[in-house]
Design a protein around this ligand. Structure first.
Ligand SMILES: CC(C)(COP(=O)(O)OP(=O)(O)OC[C@H]1O[C@@H](n2cnc3c(N)ncnc32)[C@H](O)[C@@H]1OP(=O)(O)O)[C@@H](O)C(=O)NCCC(=O)NCCS
Length: 135
């Protein structure tokens, strides 16, 4: 069974292993925990058998009009079981008081997000690659 929670209480570093798949210079688990704690909103998916966090989504927000969703990830062995969908649904519910909810994604994931009435628009971004790990 998968449990969905906004609480970071009792989540320790050993439960956060395996994320940032494919990142050349991934953040450490400590940095991952820190970004979860500093986000305006967070939802975690936890495998109740192992108590491992197997998916997460974050949002940062002014809580007036806008929010940005920088991270959504489900561990590879748990993908395609509806967990990403549940995380997005929970987050959109948490953000339903806001006007703008934006995110950036690769072309291949646009079909996934369109299921939530999201639409494509042009975006600009800047990346400071030597800061990718957050160190
Ligand atoms: C994108 C991601 C979070 C989806 O999580 P998930 O738990 O596998 O998603 P779901 O099981 O809820 O999938 C729902 C549907 O979207 C489809 N889908 C999921 N990931 C997809 C992808 N990367 N590309 C295209 N379709 C995808 C699934 O096939 C499924 O369709 P179906 O119901 O018709 O079978 C997951 O693939 C992931 O962590 N990817 C790596 C990180 C990433 O790309 N994050 C998004 C950053 S913006």
């Amino acid at each position: 069974m998968i449990r969905y929670t906004t609480s970071l209480e009792h989540i320790d570093n050993s439960q956060l292993d395996g994320f940032f798949v494919g990142w050349p210079n991934p953040p450490s688990i400590t940095k991952h925990k820190e970004l979860l704690e500093k986000s305006s909103y967070v939802w975690l998916a936890i495998d109740q058998d192992t108590e491992q966090v197997i998916g997460f989504i974050t949002a940062i927000s002014d809580d007036v009009l806008s929010a940005y969703i920088p991270f959504l990830e489900v561990l590879p062995s748990y993908q395609k079981q509806g967990i990403g969908t549940e995380l997005v649904k929970h987050m959109l519910e948490s953000l339903q008081h806001l006007y703008m909810i934006d995110l950036l994604c690769d072309e291949e994931v646009t079909t996934f997000y369109k299921r939530f009435k999201m639409f494509e628009c042009k975006a600009m971004c800047f990346r400071n690659y030597n800061r990718q790990s957050g160190q």
